[in-house]
Ligand binder design. Structure first.
Ligand code: K1U
Ligand code: ZN
Length: 189
C-alpha cells in the first residue's frame, strides 16, 4: 500500500521565506512530485483553494490550486495577459483569520508546466483567476495585505499582532483532526 503523503507545517507571516523570490524549476524529479503530493494533502487539510511552495518552506517556483474540484499543478507559472478589474475578499493560509478586499484583473491568460513537464496555457476568470494571481504573487514574495490601503493594512497588521501568538516560530502545524477530516480529497487525485 502506498503511504499517504504527509501534511507539511505552514509558514506564517513573519517567516522571511514568504518574502523571498523563488527559483525556477528546471527538472521534474521524484522529490518534486512528492512535494506536490504533500502540498495537496496540506492544502486540503487547511481548507485552502491554493498553496505555494514558500508557504511550506520551499523555494521552488511551484504552486497548486483547486477551485471547484479541479486540481492544478502550476510549475514556473506566468501571467501572459490580463483584463478587467474586480474587487473581492481574500484570505491566506499564511495569515490565518485575516481577510481583506483586493482589486485584481478579473480575467487572465497564463502559462505553466504541469507535473509531467508539459507546458500549457489557459484562460481563467472568477475565483480561479484570483487564486492563480494570489499564488503567483507568493512565488515573488508578495502577499495580499500588500494591496490594502495604508489604513486597512495597519488594521490587518494590528489584528495579526494578536493572532500570531498562536504560531510560535512562525509555524502553523495542522492538527491530526484537520488532516484526517480532509484526507478523502487526496484519494480523489
Ligand atoms: O495561498 C493561500 O494562502 C491560499 C488561499 C488562496 C486564496 C483565497 C482567497 C482568494 C484568493 C486566493 C486560500 O485558500 S485561503 C482559504 C480561503 O480563503 C478560501 C477558501 C475557499 C474559497 C474562497 C476562499
Ligand atoms: Zn496566500
Amino acid at each position: 500500500m502506498t503511504p499517504l503523503p504527509l501534511s507539511l507545517p505552514l509558514r506564517v507571516l513573519g517567516d522571511p521565506i514568504l518574502r523571498k523570490e523563488t527559483t525556477p524549476v528546471t527538472a521534474i524529479t521524484n522529490d518534486l512530485r512528492q512535494l506536490i503530493d504533500a502540498m495537496f494533502t496540506t492544502m486540503y487539510a487547511a481548507r485552502g483553494i491554493g498553496l505555494a511552495a514558500p508557504q511550506v518552506g520551499r523555494t521552488e517556483r511551484l504552486t497548486i490550486v483547486d477551485v471547484k474540484d479541479e486540481p492544478l499543478v502550476l510549475i514556473n507559472p506566468e501571467v501572459l495577459a490580463s483584463s478587467g478589474m474586480e474587487r473581492d475578499e481574500e484570505g491566506c493560509l499564511s495569515i490565518p483569520d485575516i481577510y481583506g478586499d483586493v482589486d485584481r484583473p478579473s480575467t487572465i491568460h497564463f502559462r505553466a508546466m504541469d507535473r509531467d513537464g508539459n507546458v500549457f496555457e489557459r484562460e481563467a476568470d472568477g475565483l480561479l483567476a484570483r487564486c492563480v494571481q494570489h499564488e503567483i504573487d507568493h512565488l515573488h514574495g508578495k502577499l495580499f495585505i500588500d494591496y490594502l490601503s495604508v489604513l486597512k493594512r495597519r488594521a490587518a497588521l494590528d489584528q495579526w499582532a494578536k493572532e500570531k501568538e498562536k504560531y510560535p516560530g512562525n509555524v502553523r502545524v495542522l492538527t491530526a483532526e484537520e488532516i484526517a477530516k480532509h484526507h478523502h480529497r487526496d484519494e480523489e487525485l
